[in-house]
Write a new protein. Sequence first.
Lengths: 405, 405
Amino acid sequence: TINKARLWQSLMDMAKIGATDKGGCCRLALTDLDKQARDLYIQWAKEAGCDIKIDQVGNIRATRPGTDSTLPPVGTGSHLDTQPTGGKFDGVFGVLAGLEVIRSLNDHQIKTRHPIEISVWTNEEGSRFAPAMMGSGVVSGRFTLEEILNKTDVNGVRLGDELERIGYAGAEPVTGRAYKAFFETHIEQGPYLEAEGKMIGVVTGGQGQRWYDVELTGQESHAGTTPMHLRTDALTCASSLILAVQSIATANKPGCGTVGYMQVLPNSRNTIPGKITMSIDLRHPEDRALTVMDEALKAKIEALEAETGVKIALTPIWYYAPIPFDPDCIDAVREAAKALDYSHMDIIAGAGHDACYVSDFAPTSMVFTPCLNGISHNEIESTTAEECEAGCAVLFNAMLTLAQI
Amino acid sequence: TINKARLWQSLMDMAKIGATDKGGCCRLALTDLDKQARDLYIQWAKEAGCDIKIDQVGNIRATRPGTDSTLPPVGTGSHLDTQPTGGKFDGVFGVLAGLEVIRSLNDHQIKTRHPIEISVWTNEEGSRFAPAMMGSGVVSGRFTLEEILNKTDVNGVRLGDELERIGYAGAEPVTGRAYKAFFETHIEQGPYLEAEGKMIGVVTGGQGQRWYDVELTGQESHAGTTPMHLRTDALTCASSLILAVQSIATANKPGCGTVGYMQVLPNSRNTIPGKITMSIDLRHPEDRALTVMDEALKAKIEALEAETGVKIALTPIWYYAPIPFDPDCIDAVREAAKALDYSHMDIIAGAGHDACYVSDFAPTSMVFTPCLNGISHNEIESTTAEECEAGCAVLFNAMLTLAQI
Ligand SMILES: NC(=O)NCCC(=O)O
Ligand SMILES: NC(=O)NCCC(=O)O
């Protein structure tokens, strides 16, 4: 049904934008490279006959009309932004699988009752601007447009200004979206499909997340003259906290706990660090367990403050409870995998995805495909043309089923 | 003998160059601000009748002639560069105390047999360019001129190029220096004088130091999809190492161990860090104990590699054994403190000082004065005009004694 070689070629062409030495991509949200990727995608979508709309938070909608213009579209899509040292497939695969569905419908001159719509969501990664899934989050109402436009990166650059600068501050309202159903195709980004030898993950939901900003304030002092017992070292305290995050996650299986971002001040070899800013990311598929992790973190911080004299300011910046996907959409993905004779298993998404927020206002599920050694958020992220074909074919089948009802 | 108000005023005038919001100074070595400080100092030294020479590594020598031009000078001096969030006194006090000695000799029309010479040594702090005490280290022969000119800062800027750029790549050879004696005045930068209620520290030597660069290589991976037991997290491993540095120092009293500098890559909230670069600074007044600390560090690194799978590359970048100062110079400082009726105690320098390297080729000692709460390498570093007067008066007395012999 779909054209494996064309899908793969599009993935490789898109990967040239922001390509890194090690075979990955660096295409941070709303940079010039993100703009280049968006421009190329829009050109392709127009060539496939789609109508293009850009909304106030920069989400791009490409629509292939259905035979009944009063019906809501069947949607798909993902994101084109990447991590600073990201791969070629995270997000991009979901967008270009959607485009391949439309190209294949064109090839076979298939008319659908419902329109087919692909979304490119703004800043899914949450790396340059935190938190993640901003474009879908604004459309779902999880975030206000205003708060998102006012987010800043580490250099203080405003998201709204960057949208204007790259020409993607659109006119379409972010409210009033509706889908018949929404499916997002994505590499799993984890090890389970590969470990179980399955081609397709039928995604039944996404785990919950809690993100925090942390600021630790100690006292700068001389590394050679300040006796060990008189120090208020923000970095040794931060180290204890980082190890506690690891322990808290390990004690709450299958939870995850990560410190990915950290700045040390004044960052001078012979000065005891006086200030640390860092991130904490906690995840769990069960909300109760995520609460236990949050409470354990707060208790640890209280103990560390008492023990070290370092002041620790913990600011929760993001929370969402685990997301259950729609049973009918889950079934549609499973039935498609069966119909196409792909090995498959149910799976919960460990990453956040735009589909998680779309599921607030539309019946939603996702299609996962394996990636080599479960590695993502890494330039060596790898998957095969066959795996991409499988995910795209399942997407095609599930969307077509829903679009004809 | 010396002019307290003039010394204080000079300290306050110099502190305007690179002044920070919190009352400190940011005047990193060989920046435009370092050049401004050097220019102002040279203007003052010329006004005091000194002859100025600049050597190939940017050290500035200001000389007041003696009555016997065949005799080697009695020297003093320190540095004008600061930490990124440094104080107004660290280094600057030693330079301007030297200038005040010459101004006071002029006031009292005292002729000395030996010339009096003040040195401003290049990059004493070791913060922008590691290691520390580079200017004095080149003159002592601890470093070659070539290796120092080729040092780079974190942005890859070459020290030699910066010297040229600010106009301080002088013509004077770095070799062939000799002193009758050398004394450096400095704030203690630690808590002992204050704790003991003494005005003057008679410095009998400096503790030994070992500096290292460390690179930890794990594997970047997704923070939400990579199970805790499948991670190779460079930051959790670095945290264990930082806590080990603290433990090693605490177990080897009165040793110090500090990680002051750290960079996390890719530094993205939802990516497990794949690469960390950091510094380690170990110190001890006894060389044997410093060796024990070095061995404990290497053993810990081996254990951590085995335990975590993170690769750890430890590169020693600096080592010097504890430095004993010259008994006669130590006596001269003690006798000066006694003669001027200042309370005093013997003390070992916890910080590295240019005097440590000068002592390779000249009889040397130092004069310490208290600083508030023992805090240095901090914008709130504080001392009083009376304490500066005391240190400068002891310097004047000791130098004058030696300069007349
Ligand atoms: N898919 C993906 O990597 N999303 C980024 C947001 C997250 O960290 O879960
Ligand atoms: N005096 C001083 O702070 N020197 C810097 C070199 C060191 O860290 O000891």
